[in-house]
Design a protein around this ligand. Structure first.
Ligand code: FES
Length: 90
């Protein structure tokens, strides 16, 4: 199982290796609205474990080009975790 620590919640959520991080919806305080990479409600800063995330796919690249201001930012709804642990905050 992969782990996602959400600093704002002071809690860690476990999800299956290889999961789309939209699976965190309802399990943490990150807000998921569109789930298509087009609204940025799920934008977080990855503070540890970026290497445990898949590279941004086309949908995420498009959203990041519009909404991200820092390379540490990712859109959780269209991002996959490979395995291991990441720490995020928003
Ligand atoms: S929920 Fe809209 S960009 Fe992720």
């Amino acid at each position: 199982m992969a782990q996602v620590e959400v600093k704002n919640d002071g809690a860690t959520v476990e999800i299956a290796d290889g999961s789309l991080l939209a699976d965190l919806d309802g399990k943490c305080s990150i807000l998921f609205a569109c789930k298509t990479g087009s609204c940025a409600s799920c934008k977080v800063r990855v503070t540890e474990g970026m290497e445990n995330l898949e590279a941004p796919n086309e949908l995420e690249q498009s959203g990041l080009a519009t909404f991200a201001t820092d390379p540490s930012e990712r859109l959780m709804c269209v991002c996959k975790i490979k395995k291991g642990k990441i720490k995020v905050e928003y």
